[in-house]
Design a protein around this ligand. Structure first.
Ligand code: IDP
Ligand code: MG
Length: 151
C-alpha cells in the first residue's frame, strides 16, 4: 500500500550538515517527497507534536531540544512509507541502531538522534496536519515510478 509519513531532520541533523545526505537516502530509496520546509518549531507546536510523551522525565529536554534550532520537515510518500522510513531511521537509541541506518550512521546519544519519523499511519496523519496545510502537499508523478513499481 502506498502511504504517507511525516519525516523530519531534527536540529542536530541540520547543525551537523546532514540535510543533503538524509534527503539523498530518502530519494534514492524511491520515496517521493511531497512536501518540505525548514522551520523553527514553536513551544506550542512541540508540545502538540510530542503530546504522547507529556509527563515523561525527558519531555522538557525533548521540547527544549526540538525548539533549539531549525528543522527540515517533510511528507514522504511511497510503498509502505511509514514502516520503510522507520526502518531507514534505525532504532530510537542510535547506540542500538544498525550501521547503514540514519541514526546508526549519524548519531550516538538517545536524545540527539538526528531524525523523527511517524510510528504509525494514524500518527502520520496527525503529525502531517500539525506541520502542513493540505494545499502544501504536492501531487506529482516521479519520472522513475515506472521502474520503482511494477506496472
Ligand atoms: P522515536 O523518535 O524513535 O519514535 P519516541 O519513543 O517516540 O522515539 O521518543 C521521541 C524522542 O524522544 C526520541 O526520538 C528521543 O530523541 C527522545 N527520547 C526517547 N526516550 C528518551 C529517554 O529515555 N531519554 C531521553 N530522550 C528520549
Ligand atoms: Mg515516536
Amino acid at each position: 500500500m502506498r502511504d504517507r509519513t511525516f519525516f523530519m531532520i531534527k536540529p542536530d541533523g541540520v547543525q551537523k550538515g546532514l540535510v543533503g545526505d538524509v534527503l539523498q537516502r530518502v530519494e534514492q530509496k524511491g520515496f517521493k517527497i511531497v512536501a518540505m520546509k525548514m522551520l523553527s518549531i514553536s513551544n506550542e507546536m512541540a508540545q502538540e507534536h510530542y503530546n504522547e510523551h507529556i509527563g515523561k522525565p525527558f519531555f522538557d529536554d525533548l521540547v527544549g531540544f526540538i525548539t533549539s534550532g531549525p528543522v527540515v520537515a517533510m511528507v514522504v510518500e511511497g510503498e509502505n512509507a511509514v514502516e520503510g522510513i522507520r526502518t531507514m531511521m534505525g532504532k530510537t537509541d542510535p547506540k542500538a541502531s544498525a550501521p547503514g541506518t540514519i541514526r546508526g550512521d549519524f548519531g550516538i546519544h538517545l536524545s540527539r538522534n538526528v531524525v523523527h519519523g511517524s510510528d504509525s499511519p494514524s500518527s502520520a496523519e496527525r503529525e502531517i496536519s500539525i506541520f502542513f496545510p493540505p494545499e502544501e502537499l504536492m501531487e506529482y508523478t516521479r519520472i522513475d515510478e515506472m521502474w520503482l513499481y511494477p506496472q
